[in-house]
Design a binder for this molecule. Sequence first.
Ligand code: AMP
Length: 286
Amino acid sequence: MQICKTITSLNSALEAFSNAGKSISFIPTMGALHAGHISLIEIGQQHADVTVCSIFVNPTQFNQQDDLEKYPRNLDADVKLLESVGCDILFYPTVETIYPNGTDEQPEIDLQGLDQKLEGAFRPGHFEGVVQVVKRLLDIVKPDALIMGQKDFQQFTIIQYMLDYFEIATKLVVAPIKREDHGLARSSRNERLPSNIRQAANIIYRTLIRARRQLGNISIAGIQASAFQDMTFDDFRPEYFEIIDGNTLDPIEGRVQDYDYIVAVTAVWAGDVRLIDNMILKGSKQ
Ligand code: AMP
């Protein structure tokens, strides 16, 4: 695997491939890689000839300085994992490389409020930072396919909106959520959970499965109430549990039959760790 720290070195690595007519998949990450990230690399390999992974802990998407500082960083282990799965290029830039003119420059885009809902309501400015960094990375890498995880449902929805808005000819491929054996969605934050809480955290997955069974049989308010009840015990405290229209991210109202894309999304505190998860209950991203 080639490790490129600068845009110049990345460009020359990419040029060799594009001269040979190779297509490129791009997998942006913040490092601390786990099986979820690795599945994205494998999906990238199915969609293009060359896979480029980036590791960049983007300061502009953290709304708490403390969270940014605590974010796990483990380059050696990440490199080993990427090599073991056959990733071709790792792009590992500095903050100055990504933001040469400082972090204030934002892409000019009206996100139509998509960034203010759900996660956005609890993490002000988060999605502006995500859009800023993904746009910058896409301008640098110019991939044919961009691979992102369904785990961050709102994130990929906003990035799809951005691709359409700027008419960027990169295809977004959404990878299914990788879970631990007992059902908890994989996340670098899981490492911070004491083992009893980590085990008990599969309540989130079980609650999502139950919501899928309940949809159409009981009211949305009823599904929400039982989800809140199930996930409120000991160290667990749900922040939100919403049944939304996957296109608009607004709560569904009225009849389930009137919607073709329905998703349950949730954020739950497990001790001092905030976990997010979701499940598509009906339909799929177009
Ligand atoms: P992050 O490093 O947390 O910014 O995540 C990088 C990419 O990996 C994002 O597109 C995430 O949605 C994706 N990802 C994170 N966790 C998982 C998971 N458990 N399954 C699938 N994709 C994931």
